[in-house]
Write a protein that binds this ligand. Structure first.
Ligand code: HEC
Ligand code: HEC
Length: 301
């Protein structure tokens, strides 16, 4: 989990810097508003039939459980409390179990979609991008519906997650809005067709959060998977472009994502191991193959 903390820390520190720079230039966040309306104009989210067991697989693919369960302290599933230590203080993942008081048991699908796709809370405030809505932005409405069905049937945990402990004024929420205008990609929108492997890598799996290079201010402007010299804990995250994976076959990659073992017989290191353990090992075999085929395709330069 520390890997995620650091990735989030880098993103958050840049938000503060970038937002301050652009704050004087942008008068309002009307662009976020128009993007938000575009997404939902044609969506019939509330009437889609939903498949709860598929929803659990989406939760695995998207890493929801690992980020919202305090695995290190044997915390209850989805009860939150995972601490993301950042330069501006501690951001703590909330309880997203089905508890109506402390979790999200009374949320409807639209509210869940707004949180995941637009990073917006039911009261209209902005979430920190530690919740990876930049990647989830293209999440399919069917996936949101299935995810919602599963979340609403998880065990309710009546425990509040601790509040964030931030060292910055509350005005910062508006700065997140400004940052979103600048850095959240405009597309693809949720129901635009995206090949399965690409969707699992770029959107649900948010692989770029670790495998893409961060710019001088720490934000990811180019989400191609060229590796990251400023990775979690200052580590080097390898490139996983087609060229970097030249010696791997589709089967090698699929096996690695299932078991965590490389063709040379090495095991995935500290920061990739949890991704395999909590996420990619739960995918369907054909989904791992689709990821591998995408990684080895021409698009993944
Ligand atoms: C990398 C870690 C991470 C991942 C992955 C992640 N979340 Fe979160 N999530 C967070 C953090 C941190 C927050 C708090 C953001 C804030 O308060 O600004 C959050 C907030 C939320 C909220 C808002 C809850 C509330 O009470 O306002 C919901 C709902 C949510 N996440 C659901 C999900 C779901 C569903 C998934 C999987 C599709 C997911 N999250 C994946 C870290 C994560
Ligand atoms: C939390 C950060 C993180 C995330 C998220 C992440 N990776 Fe990794 N990944 C790493 C690190 C670090 C390594 C190097 C592991 C090692 O040295 O053993 C790695 C290694 C790999 C490798 C092996 C490359 C090689 O040359 O050994 C593949 C393939 C891979 N990741 C694919 C993915 C895919 C696909 C996703 C998204 C589903 C993903 N990773 C998400 C951090 C991450």
């Amino acid at each position: 989990m520390r890997a995620r903390f650091r990735a989030a820390a880098a993103v958050i520190s840049v938000i503060v810097v970038v937002s301050l720079i652009i704050a004087s230039k942008i008068q309002n966040n009307s662009q976020t508003e128009s993007l938000r309306r575009n997404i939902w104009r044609n969506a019939n989210l509330s009437t889609l039939p939903a498949d709860e067991s598929r929803g659990e697989r989406i939760a695995r693919a998207a890493g929801c459980i690992a980020c919202h369960t305090d695995l290190e302290s044997d915390g209850e599933m989805l009860a939150g409390g995972v601490v993301f230590a950042t330069p501006i203080g501690k951001i703590i993942s909330p309880n997203i179990s089905s508890d109506k008081q402390y979790g999200i048991g009374d949320w409807n699908r639209e509210q869940l979609a707004e949180a995941l796709i637009n990073g917006l809370a039911p009261d209209g405030s902005h979430y920190w991008p530690a919740l990876p809505y930049v990647a989830y932005r293209s999440m399919k409405t069917q996936d949101v519906a299935d995810l919602h069905a599963w979340l609403m049937n998880t065990k309710p945990i009546s425990l509040p997650a601790p509040e964030h402990k931030l060292r910055i004024p509350s005005a910062s929420n508006r700065l997140i809005g400004l940052w979103k205008n600048q850095y959240v990609p405009k597309g693809p929108l949720p129901d635009e067709p995206i090949p399965m492997g690409q969707y699992l890598v770029n959107n649900l799996g948010h692989c770029a959060e670790c495998h893409a290079q961060r710019g001088p201010l720490g934000s990811i402007t180019d989400r191609s998977l060229k590796g990251n010299t400023r990775g979690p804990d200052g580590s080097n995250v390898p490139a996983i472009t087609r060229q970097a994976l030249m010696d791997w076959t589709v089967e090698d990659i699929a096996f690695y994502l299932e078991i965590g073992m490389t063709p040379e017989g090495d095991f995935a290191g500290a920061h990739m191991a949890p991704v395999v353990e909590h996420s990619t090992s739960y995918l369907l075999p054909e989904e791992r193959i689709a990821i591998a085929e995408y990684l080895l395709s021409d698009i993944n330069q």
